[in-house]
Structure formats: C-alpha cells, structure tokens
Design a protein around this ligand. Structure first.
Ligand code: SF4
Length: 354
C-alpha cells in the first residue's frame, strides 16, 4: 500500500495531504520509519546527532490566556501561585547555566498584562550586557500580546526586541495551526495566521526560529497534516525555520484532560514515532527534526533517531511547563545520560551552541 509513497520519497517528490493521510492511516510503522530514515540520511549523511545545553527560564507564570491544556499558569491576582522573576533571579539562573556549559537560554512566560514592551527591552539588555549567552526568547503568542498591549505592530515589536538583544524565536505556542482546533483547546490564544505572521516577520528581519507541534489531544490526522503543510509553505518562502519539534500533549493536571475522559491516556509511543516520521516526510524543507525526550523518555527518543530525527533537543537545566503536567522524564538527567543515549543508538553526539 505504501509503495507508491516510498517511490515518491526516493525520488525526492513532495508528499501531498492525501499521501500524509495514507501514512497516518497505515499501521506499517516500520516502513514509515524507513522512509523517514531515507530522508534523514539524505539530508544528514553523517551519523551525528546534535544536542544543546540550555535552560528553559519561565520569567513569569501569570497568564490571561488560560489554555485548557496548560498546568503551568497562574491567574492575574493569584498571589499565592504567581511569580515574575527579578533580574537578580534571572541572572543567577543564567550564570548557573553558563557554569554548567550551557550556551543558550529559552526565555518564555505567560501573557502577563503587567509587563510592557519596556520590561522586555530592559530585561534583554540586562541579560545581553551581563552574560555571554544566546537569547532564544518569546514565542509568537507573546509577541502578539506585547504588540497588542503596546499598540504597536508586531514587526515593530520584533525590531525593538532585536535591538535589545533577541537572537532567535522559539516555536512554542503553535500547538496545532488549525483555528478550529485552537478554538477548542486555547480559544484566547493567537490565531494560526497570527502565529505564522510573527514567524514570517521575524524571519524576514533575519531571525532564525523553530516550529513545534503539540498533538495527541482533540485534533485529527488531517489537522496534524495541515499544521505540517502551513509550516512547510512558510519555509518555502522564508527558509527561516531551523527545526521542527513534534511533542505530545501531557494531560495531567490540565483542564483539557479533565473535560475529555479519552484524553487522560497520553498519546502512545506508536503514535509519537509515526508522527515524528511523518513530520520528517511532510516537512521536507526544514533541516532538523527533533525528538522530544522530555515528553517521551530517553528510550523512545533513542528509537526516534531511527524514525527521521537528527537532533536530541536540549539537556535542560530547568523545565517547568511539562513538569507541571506531571511528566517526570526530565528529572535527574545529566549530560552523560544524553550523550550515552545518543551513542548507544549508534550516533556520535555533537553539541550545538544555538
Ligand atoms: S500555554 Fe502559555 S499561553 Fe497558554 S495558559 Fe499556559 S502559559 Fe498561558
């Protein structure tokens, strides 16, 4: 059944939505994995898997967006749970990251109405003038929010943030880039077009960005494919996405799982590996496909390296969002766990710095 698609893959022909649906509806996981491996070796002929040492710093957990899948945020005025980091706290975390060999911080937070554009500019300037660190910060959702709060266009906000030290933009908040899905899981979040619009503007201004996809909740296969296709279409125009990172919805402690009994079980390893491989096949113009060991654990992540992925993501010195949803794969791993996992899957681990 999959022979024709495999022929297209071997010929370097772009797969259609219908091809993607056929792959998703097939249970021939190993053949799908072989197709993804074929593309992986064509793009990355060396047996090398990259990783980065960085820290996810969530500068605030105050958020007005109230996404139903999020176990991390605190409501405005929730004085017991809410926080916003001071520069001293930020600085300490960054110095620890540098001391542990880290090269980048991923700075993201909730949509906190008390923080204006000047807060971000001051914070970025503080970071860049005191620490030699790559600043991977603010998902499109945050950029849209800051623009709304400040009455500026998103392009102007991005330009000012670049002037203040922004180096690249993480692909968070993409969830599924289909508005009917977003309306169900995060009705207050920016639209798919707004998310893509920020990425377009940032990439046109010279920033590199990544793209994520959170799946395994209310979306169907067609939605996942639509997400992959809109990222692919934008990449055709800008070439600014460096990596595509699919990861599974983590249900514990979330309103979304509370209200949907069938979502309490996490997406299976089978579904994850199939989606990872299909990402490699469909998103044919983004160089790097990243495994998510934080949500899948090291063992499934290792197998993911044979399903099209070429990057192991980050040895995160700190992570708060997935941990808040009860996922503990993260706890206690050191660099040697990551490099050993990569080596024992048959690859040479290579640290990247941004
Ligand atoms: S996912 Fe982000 S935007 Fe949504 S509620 Fe959580 S912190 Fe806010």
């Amino acid at each position: 059944m999959l022979n024709q698609i495999f022929d297209k893959v071997r010929d370097g022909e772009r797969l259609s939505l219908a091809d993607g649906l056929e792959l998703f509806e097939s249970n021939d996981l190993l053949t799908i994995g072989m197709m993804a491996e074929h593309v992986r070796w064509k793009k990355h002929p060396k047996p090398v898997v990259s990783y980065i040492i960085d820290r996810n710093i969530n500068y605030t957990n105050v958020c007005v967006t109230e996404c139903t899948f999020c176990a991390f945020y605190a409501k405005v005025g929730d004085d017991k749970k809410s926080y916003t980091l001071s520069n001293d706290e930020l600085g300490r975390k960054i110095q620890e990251t540098i001391d542990l060999g880290g090269s980048r911080i991923l700075l993201q937070g909730g949509l906190n109405p008390e923080l204006g554009l000047d807060y971000y500019e001051d914070t970025f300037r503080f970071i860049k003038s005191n620490y030699k660190i790559w600043l991977h910060a603010l998902s499109p959702e945050e950029v849209v929010f800051i623009a709304e709060q400040s009455g500026l266009k998103t392009r102007e906000v991005i330009k000012r943030l670049i002037d203040a030290g922004l180096d690249s933009i993480p692909g968070g908040g993409a969830e599924i880039l289909v508005d009917s899905v977003r309306d169900k899981i995060a009705p207050k979040k920016c639209t798919s077009d707004e998310w893509l619009g920020v990425m377009y503007e940032a990439q046109k201004l010279g920033l590199k960005t990544t793209a994520t996809m959170m799946f395994g909740h209310v979306e169907d296969y067609q939605d996942r494919l639509q997400h992959m296709i809109v990222v692919r279409e934008l990449q055709d125009i800008t070439g600014g996405f460096t990596a595509f990172i699919p990861w599974t919805f983590q249900p514990r402690n979330t309103e979304l799982a509370e209200n949907h009994d069938n979502l309490r079980e996490k997406s299976s390893a089978f579904d994850y590996l199939k989606t990872l491989a299909i990402s490699r096949l469909m998103v044919d113009n983004v160089d790097s496909i990243q495994v998510s060991w934080v949500t899948q654990g090291l063992k499934i992540a290792q197998i993911g390296l044979r399903f099209g992925a070429d990057d192991f993501g980050s040895l995160m010195i700190e992570e708060n969002v997935v941990s808040a949803a009860g996922t503990k794969h993260f706890s206690g791993f050191s660099l040697s766990h990551i490099t050993r996992a990569i080596k024992s899957a048959g690859f040479e681990p290579v640290q990247r710095y941004i």
